[in-house]
Design a protein around this ligand. Sequence first.
Ligand SMILES: *[C@@H]1O[C@H](CO)[C@@H](O)[C@H](O)[C@H]1NC(C)=O
Ligand SMILES: *[C@@H]1O[C@H](CO)[C@@H](O)[C@H](O)[C@H]1NC(C)=O
Ligand SMILES: *[C@@H]1O[C@H](CO)[C@@H](O)[C@H](O)[C@H]1NC(C)=O
Ligand SMILES: *[C@@H]1O[C@H](CO)[C@@H](O)[C@H](O)[C@H]1NC(C)=O
Ligand SMILES: *[C@@H]1O[C@H](CO)[C@@H](O)[C@H](O)[C@H]1NC(C)=O
Length: 434
Amino acid sequence: MGTLLFTLLLTALVSESSCVQWSSSALKEDAAVYTCDNSDLTLSWEVSKTTGETIVDVQWYYEGRSQELIAMLAHGHLNVMPSFSGRVELTANAGIVIHHVTTGEKGNYSVEVNAQDKNGGFVTLRRKASVLVGAEGLMTRDGQLHASQMAVAVFSNSTQQWHVVLACGTFIYHDTPPFTVEWTTPSGQSVSSSQYKEGQFLLLLDNPVSGGSYTCRVPDSSASVACLHGNSTDVSSTVVVDDVKSRLTLLEAENQQLKGSVMELKAENGQLKEFVKQGNQTIDSVSTRLRQHLHDERTKRVSFLATNLKDTTPSVGDVLIPTTVLNNQGNGYNPATGKFTAPYNGTYCFLSSLFGSGSGHHIFVSLVVDNKRELWVYTTYHGSSGDYDAASLQAVVSVRAGQSVWLQAYGDSNQFASGLHSNSFSGFLVSYDL
Ligand SMILES: *[C@@H]1O[C@H](CO)[C@@H](O)[C@H](O)[C@H]1NC(C)=O
Ligand SMILES: *[C@@H]1O[C@H](CO)[C@@H](O)[C@H](O)[C@H]1NC(C)=O
Ligand SMILES: *[C@@H]1O[C@H](CO)[C@@H](O)[C@H](O)[C@H]1NC(C)=O
Ligand SMILES: *[C@@H]1O[C@H](CO)[C@@H](O)[C@H](O)[C@H]1NC(C)=O
Ligand SMILES: *[C@@H]1O[C@H](CO)[C@@H](O)[C@H](O)[C@H]1NC(C)=O
C-alpha cells in the first residue's frame, strides 16, 4: 500500500518536472515590450514540450479597459476576435505578432496555455507582458530630448576617478530603451552613452574635461525603434559645458569625499580612544591588584618565638605561658596569656619543643587551635630526679583572623626545665588567604 502510494507520488513528481513549460527564450513574466504607433507588436511567448505532450488550446488577452480576448488557438485553428481581425499572426506555439498597434492599445497583454501531459493531466501556464506603444516622435516626457550637465560628479569604479556627467532624456520607458543615444563632443568625436539610469542616458566625461558643446541624438540606425519613423535628424539636444565650472564640480565632489574620509577617521579615532581607555582601565585594575599584593607581601609578615615558661609545673588544663619573647613579628603572640592570635586568615605553621625534667614527671601537652585540641604529645613517667625527656609538636593549620592557638597541659604531673632556650612555642604565617 505504502509502496504504491510512493510510486504514484514519484510518477506525479517526475511528470511535473518534465511537463509543458516556458522556453528559456520566452518573454519573462511582466516583461516590458516596446513598439511604435502603427507598427508590429511581437509577443514572443513560447512553450517547450516533449513527445506525448499536447497543447490543447491557447488564449491571448488584452487587459486594457477590461479583459478582452484577442484570439484563441484550438485544434490547430486560430480564431481572431473582430476588434483584432486580420492583424494577428501566430509565431511560436504561444507567441503572436499583432500588426498595426496604436498608442491606445498600450497596457498589459497576457497569454494562457492549456496543455495535457503524458499521463493525461492538465497543465495551465500564464504570462503577462507590459506593452508601451510610442506615438510618432520620441518616447520622452514632452517628445523632446533634453541634454543637461548634472550638478554633482560621479565616481567611476573603472577609472577610480570623479567624472562630470551629462544626461540626455527624459524617456518614459519602463526600463532600458531598445536603443541608445550618441553624443558628439566639442572636437566632433562621436561617443556612446556610458549608461542609462532613471529615464536618462548618461555620459561620463573624460578628465580633464574639455569645455564646449555636447550634443546628444538618437542615431539614424535606431530611429525606427525610437518611433522616429526613419527621420531623426531634428531630434537632438545640446548642452554647453564650461570647463572651469566642471573643474569646480569635480573639486566639490573630491572635497565631499575627503570630508567623508575625515568623518570616518574621526569615528575610527573615537573608537581607538575608547579601546585605549578600556585598555587603560584593565591595566589600572591589574596594577591596583598587583600593588595591593606587593603591599600585602611586604606588610603581612607574621612569626614568633617565645621561651621560658612562667609555670614549669602546670596543672591539668593550664595554658603553658612562655614569657620571654625572642621574636614577635606582627605582634600575634601575647606573653601575658601564652596565646597567639592570628591577624590574618591563612595557613600557619606552629612548633613547640618541650624539655621535661625532675622525678615523677612526664610530658602530656596538647596544641589547641581555636579551642580545639589539634595535636598532643605524651611521654612516660620518669622515676628519678636525673631523668630528662623531650617532646615536640608541629602543625600546619588553617587559622582565621581572630582565632587563637596555644599550648595546654593535657594531663597532670607535667614538669619542665626552667629558664631560657629550653621550652619553646613558635609559629609563622605560611601564606595568607587572598
Ligand atoms: C499591468 O500589470 C501590473 C501588474 O503585473 C499592474 O501593476 C499594472 O497596473 C497593469 N497595467 C495596466 C495598464 O493595467
Ligand atoms: C563600485 O564599487 C563599490 C565597492 O566595491 C560597489 O559597492 C559599487 O556597487 C560599485 N559601483 C558600480 C556602479 O559598479
Ligand atoms: C526629416 O526631417 C527633416 C527636418 O524636419 C526634413 O527636412 C526631412 O525632409 C525629413 N526626412 C524624411 C525622410 O522624412
Ligand atoms: C591611557 O593611559 C595613558 C598612560 O597613562 C595616558 O597617556 C592616556 O591619556 C590614557 N588614555 C585614555 C583614553 O584614558
Ligand atoms: C576570613 O575567613 C572568613 C571565613 O572564611 C571570612 O568570612 C572572612 O571574611 C575572612 N576575612 C578576611 C579578612 O578575608
